[in-house]
Design a protein around this ligand. Structure first.
Ligand code: PBG
Length: 331
C-alpha cells in the first residue's frame, strides 16, 4: 500500500547517490558471469571473429591465458566452443566424442593451468563437428533424428566429463537428453559433474555470429526450427524447463537473453532452480554496432542490459562481454 502524493514522493530516495545505493534492489558482481570462448588448433594463434568485433578464436595456450584472466577477474566459469578443423567434420559428427578432440585437449589444458579455481562449462551438441551444421544426426530426408542423436550426445558429454568438464551444457534441444546424460554421468562415476540445460533455447536469428565463430554458418542449410523453440511460445518454454528439471538438470538456461526476459521472469516465479541467461552473439554484436554508430557508450549500454537479466531473476549470465563487465563491476 502506498500513500498518495505528497506524503509519498518516490523521488525522495533517489536524491543522493548514497540513497540510491541503499535502495538498489538488484546486485550484480563478477561472480554472476560466465565467459564463452572459441578455441582453434595451433600454437600462439589468434583469429579475430569478424562478426564479433573484439572477440577472437584462440589456440589452447590463448584459452589458458584467458582462463587465468577469468580467475583474476573473479569470473567463476568459462564456456568452451571449438572451431573444428574442416578435415575432422563429418556427416555424423563423430569427432564430437573423440576423447582427444580439440575440446577435450582444451579442457585438460585449462584444468592443468588453473586447477579447481575455475569452472569449465562445455557445450554438448554436434554442430561444430558436422558437415551440415545441424546439432544432431540427419535421416535421409534431412530431419534431425532425436533418439539416435541423444545416444551420441551422451558419448560426447562423457568424454568431456572424463577430460575434466565441471558443467556439461546440452544445447541441442533433443527430447530426453538430460536424463540420458545424467544416467551416463552417474554410471561413469561423474556424480558431481553438473548439467546446465539449454532448456528454453529458441530458434533465433541472433546466433549468426556464433555460427561464424565455430564455422558452422556457411554449412547450415535451412534452419533449426524442428528442434529449437518457436520464439512465439512461452508456455512451451515452461514445459521444456519443467522436463529438464525432472530429468536432472542442476540449472537451466534461457537463450537468447534480452528478447526473452519474460520467459526468465516466468521461470523464476515458477521453478526453484538456478536460471542462466545466454546473451548470445547477435546481442553482443548489436551492442558493438550501436557503439560504433554512436548510440551511446559501451559500458552503460552493456551494464543496463546485464542488470536486466539479474532483475528478471537470473543467477548468472553467459556473455562475450564478461571480462569488460567484470572490470566495470570490480571498479
Ligand atoms: C549450438 C549453439 C549455438 C549457440 C550456442 N550453442 C548456435 C545454434 O544453436 O545454432 C549460440 C550462441 C551464440 O549465438 O552466442 N548448439
Amino acid at each position: 500500500m502506498t500513500a498518495s502524493y505528497p506524503a509519498t514522493r518516490l523521488r525522495r530516495t533517489r536524491t543522493a547517490a548514497w540513497s540510491r545505493a541503499l535502495h538498489r534492489e538488484t546486485v550484480m558482481t563478477s561472480a554472476d558471469l560466465i565467459w564463452p570462448l572459441f578455441v582453434i588448433e595451433g600454437k600462439g594463434a589468434e583469429e579475430p571473429v569478424a562478426s564479433l568485433p573484439g572477440v577472437s578464436r584462440w589456440s589452447i595456450d590463448g584459452i589458458v591465458a584467458r582462463a587465468k584472466e577469468a580467475v583474476e577477474l573473479g569470473i567463476p566459469a568459462i564456456a568452451l566452443f571449438p572451431n573444428t578443423p574442416d578435415a575432422k567434420r563429418s556427416e555424423d559428427g563423430a569427432e564430437a566424442y573423440n576423447s582427444d578432440n580439440l575440446m577435450c585437449r582444451t579442457i585438460r589444458g585449462v584444468r592443468d593451468a588453473v586447477g579447481g579455481d575455475l569452472g569449465i562449462l562445455t557445450d554438448v551438441a554436434l554442430d561444430p563437428y558436422t558437415t551440415h551444421g545441424q546439432d544432431g544426426l540427419l535421416d535421409a530426408r534431412g530431419y534431425v533424428v532425436n533418439d539416435d542423436t541423444v545416444a551420441v550426445l551422451v558419448d560426447q558429454a562423457v568424454v568431456q566429463a572424463e577430460a575434466g568438464a565441471d558443467i556439461v551444457a546440452p544445447s541441442d534441444m533433443m527430447d530426453g537428453r538430460v536424463h540420458a546424460i545424467r544416467m551416463a554421468l552417474e554410471m561413469g562415476g561423474h556424480h558431481n559433474v553438473q548439467i546446465m540445460a539449454y532448456s528454453a533455447k529458441f530458434a533465433s536469428a541472433f546466433y549468426g555470429p556464433f555460427r561464424d565463430a565455430v564455422g558452422s554458418g556457411d554449412r547450415l542449410k535451412g534452419d533449426k526450427k524442428s528442434y529449437q523453440l518457436d520464439p512465439a511460445n512461452g508456455d512451451e518454454a515452461m514445459r521444456e524447463i519443467a522436463f529438464d528439471i525432472a530429468e536432472g538438470a542442476d540449472s537451466v538456461m534461457v537463450k537468447p537473453g534480452l528478447a526473452y526476459l519474460d520467459v526468465i521472469a516466468r521461470a523464476r516465479a515458477r521453478f526453484d532452480v538456478p536460471i542462466f541467461a545466454y546473451q548470445v552473439s547477435g546481442e553482443y554484436a548489436l551492442i558493438e554496432a550501436g557503439v560504433a554508430a554512436g548510440v551511446g557508450e559501451r559500458e552503460p549500454l552493456l551494464m543496463e542490459k546485464l542488470i536486466a537479466f539479474k532483475r528478471a531473476g537470473c543467477a548468472g549470465i553467459l556473455t562475450y562481454h564478461a571480462p569488460l563487465a567484470a572490470r566495470v563491476l570490480n571498479g
